[in-house]
Design a protein around this ligand. Structure first.
Ligand code: MOS
Length: 746
């Protein structure tokens, strides 16, 4: 594991411990629900018990009389959120693309939709009183079964409106050209809904500091995005809304959207005039925040007998709610991964009477890769060819989707490095060939890719009179260790020890940065840290006067409390003197960094490879993943330790996708039966084998000046098919419906 050239002898590339690790393991880190505000009260949500229809009556009297209750809020008495679009027709669902309007009217769009908020002086009293709220309904027939309604899938509105939308049907070469191939197969793949279950429950404290000033401590991935959303909802200037998310206890996409409970808490705070804390229960995590949507896919794939792809057709229908169109890039990997003359992709969504899905790690791509990478494996088997060999014969040297050169692509290196590490040579072409006692042993692999995205971000850099540097940006850290990476980047840029640098995030009062999503934070905010540090050095240079006038910022060092030249023996000026020259003030710059037009010239992606070794019990169908090897071509790796952990987390998420996770709906009631971690299985320690992680470590300075490409998503994309392909190799049984439970294996 190493980074080449660019960052030799630098802090970037180190296995530095997390700057906030001690705070986290000692409990000193404050999460959204942990702020102690004077007068804080507690909210509990009541959910609907039907999936579709109207509330005909809601009896709140008993709840209102219960001890400690301050308010019971329903659509009958809730202040209306000014930003909720008025409806022209009372029967119309909310406008497409608009989150559920909380306590807006009597309409029910999904089971467990929030219909009332009870606010009380303690959590226990709020939850007790919530159970006393009784609603009556006029139910309507609901549709929650995906398979029964699959044919109703439609082109998303955004695609209908915009011919250039990536969600439109797309053909490269001949439509459905795979059909002409001498060797071909068609198969359907199914992916269940997977529910977001990070350790930290979704939680918010909403506090109206004045009638027109709102502060929320909120578990989100976007503090600025949330600020904008609530400012719009409440018709306030953006600066009147403050969003704090200093620590986030895991979020894999569910914090990229604002959910009904957040608005409910804000309404509760408005009604009671007190700060309201609202923490979802684990059960509510299955209905009140998003999830990876149930997706049906069909692939037709064909090749010549020597393994040259002739065509791939990939169709997908993904589930969404009846009131909001959620879409994702399920077909993107099929469009760009393999050199193939004829590629057809068709994406549809299916609105059901359920809550709106949301991105979950490797959104779309991870689901799509399950189908695509399974189909490649199936084709390799038909051709009696090694699956890596099949991929190498169809290696795309330029992006076949748009003809552009890759900024960088080291996928061949990944194949080779991964194959060596897993011991691919042990794999037998003929399935079911390796056996130890009752255990069948198999090997499989899968590839992943995700756009190396970069946006604009601002960073404030301050040299303070105490000799430390403070950096601030309104990004968040949902777990990967953003602050640590930013300190490392700044340490190199400033030539300053890491313990003299602090990076603050998760606050909407900091300079603008995008959400932490789409694997883009280091590319985006890291580049802004670099730019701000260079600007800070330039400012120090000016304040330092003649002795620093004619040097490049790179030649300057900020060590031992002094500005100096890296070359020995040069002039040095104490930080205190620089501050004196700055009217006795801290020395501050705010710098924005953003991408140029490189995206017009290059196609930019991170790539990953995953190899699995599985053991399948011949009698019980139990599958054990005994080894996983995951590698990434993700450019410069800023921190080999945290990046390695991120890859391990993604790989284990992939085990969940392959073997464990899947929401089960009781369609009679339109209600999930898997509503806790006893029924909804995620991999536990005993399910997680040692994961061996490796990186190519070659910088991509087209994506950004640091050379990073992003690893958050590719860590999971391609893992599930690696495991299911290994199960096929072990048993000869092809399972195209996740999760692979023992009943499907036998
Ligand atoms: Mo990620 S699904 O962009 O949090």
């Amino acid at each position: 594991m190493s980074n080449t050239a660019l960052f030799q002898d630098k802090v970037v590339g180190d296995r530095m411990n997390r700057v906030d690790g001690r705070l986290k393991v000692t409990g000193a880190a404050q999460y959204s629900a942990e702020y102690q505000l004077p007068g804080l009260v507690h909210g509990a949500l009541v959910g609907s018990t039907i999936a579709k229809g109207r509330i005909t009556g809601i009896d709140t009297k008993a709840a209102e009389r219960a001890p400690g209750v301050l308010a019971v809020i329903t659509h009958l008495n809730s202040p209306k959120v000014p930003g909720f679009a008025a409806k022209s027709n009372p029967d119309e669902p909310p406008a497409i693309g608009q989150p559920l309007r909380v306590f807006y009217d009597e309409r029910i769009y999904f089971n467990d939709q929030p219909i009332a908020l009870v606010v009380a002086d303690t959590l226990e009293r709020a939850r007790y009183a919530a159970r006393l709220v009784k609603a009556t309904y006029a139910p309507e027939e609901h549709r929650t079964n995906f398979e029964a309604n699959k044919e109703r899938g439609v082109l998303p509105t955004q695609a209908k409106r915009n011919p250039k939308s990536p969600q439109n049907d797309k053909d490269r070469g001949q439509k459905d050209g795979y059909q002409t191939a001498p060797v071909k197969l068609e198969a359907e793949y199914r992916h269940p809904s997977e529910m977001h279950n990070p350790m930290e429950l979704q939680s918010i404290i909403a506090h109206w500091e004045a009638p027109d000033r709102l502060t929320v401590y909120d578990k989100v991935q976007a503090v600025k995005g949330t600020q904008r959303a609530f400012a719009k909802d409440w018709n306030l200037p953006e600066d009147n809304v403050k969003v704090v998310a200093t620590f986030v206890g895991g979020a894999f996409g569910n914090g990229l959207h604002n959910w009904p409970h957040e608005t409910a808490a804000i309404i509760g705070a408005k009604v009671t005039g007190k700060p309201v804390k609202l923490v979802l229960t684990r059960e509510q995590m299955f209905t009140m925040v998003g999830y990876r949507p149930y997706t049906w896919q069909r692939i037709g794939i064909g090749a010549t007998r020597d393994g040259k792809l002739v065509g791939i057709t990939h169709e997908s229908v993904g589930q969404t709610s009846s009131y909001e169109e959620f879409t994702e890039s399920t077909l993107q990997q099929t469009r760009m991964m393999y050199a193939c003359p004829n590629v057809s992709t068709r994406y549809r969504i299916l609105g059901l009477d359920i809550s709106t899905p949301i991105w979950m790690r490797g959104p779309g791509e991870a689901t799509g890769a399950f189908a695509l990478e399974s189909a490649l494996d199936e084709l390799a088997h038909l051709l009696n060819m090694d699956p890596i060999e099949l991929r190498l014969r169809n290696y795309a040297d330029t992006d076949p989707d748009n003809g552009k050169p890759w900024s960088t692509k080291y996928l061949k290196e990944l194949y080779q490095m991964g194959a060596e590490r897993i011991g691919w040579s042990r794999r037998q072409l003929k399935p079911g060939s390796l056996r130890e006692g009752d255990w069948l042993i198999g090997y499989g692999m899968g590839v992943g890719t995700f756009g190396a995205n970069r946006g604009a971000a601002k960073v404030r850099a301050v040299l303070r009179q105490d000799g430390t540097v403070l950096l601030q940006s309104a990004t968040t850290d949902i777990g990967p260790g953003t602050g640590t990476a930013m300190v490392q980047i700044a340490a190199d840029a400033l030539d300053m020890p890491t313990d003299q640098i602090r990076f603050e995030l998760g606050n909407s009062t900091f300079p603008n940065a995008p959400s932490q999503g789409g694997s883009a934070t280091v590319n985006t905010v890291g580049s802004a840290v670099l730019a701000a540090c260079i600007d800070l050095k330039k400012k120090l240079q000016q304040l330092g006067g003649a002795s620093f006038a004619n040097v490049q910022p790179e030649q300057l060092t900020l060590t031992n409390g002094q500005l100096g030249l890296k070359a020995n023996g040069g002039p040095r000026t104490a930080f205190a003197d620089l501050c004196k020259a700055n009217n006795g003030q801290d020395i501050e710059v705010t710098t924005e960094a953003k991408p140029g037009n490189e995206r017009q010239q290059y196609s930019m992606y991170s790539f990953s490879i995953h190899f699995a070794e599985v053991r399948v019990h011949a009698l019980t169908g139990e599958v054990r993943v005994t080894r996983l090897v995951s590698g990434a071509d993700a450019g410069t790796i800023v921190n080999l330790k945290t990046a390695g952990s991120q890859m391990i987390g993604g790989a284990i998420g992939g085990i969940g996708m392959a073997l464990h996770e899947g929401a089960v709906m009781d369609d009679r009631f339109g209600r999930y039966v898997t509503k806790d971690l006893a029924d909804y299985h995620v991999p536990v320690h005993a399910d997680a084998p040692p994961v061996e992680v490796f990186f190519v470590g070659k910088p991509d300075t087209i994506v950004d000046p640091l050379g990073t490409k992003g690893i958050g998503e590719i860590a999971i994309i391609g893992v599930a098919p690696a495991i299911t392909n290994a199960i096929f190799n072990a048993t000869g049984k092809r399972i195209r419906e996740l999760p692979v439970t023992p009943d499907k294996v036998l």
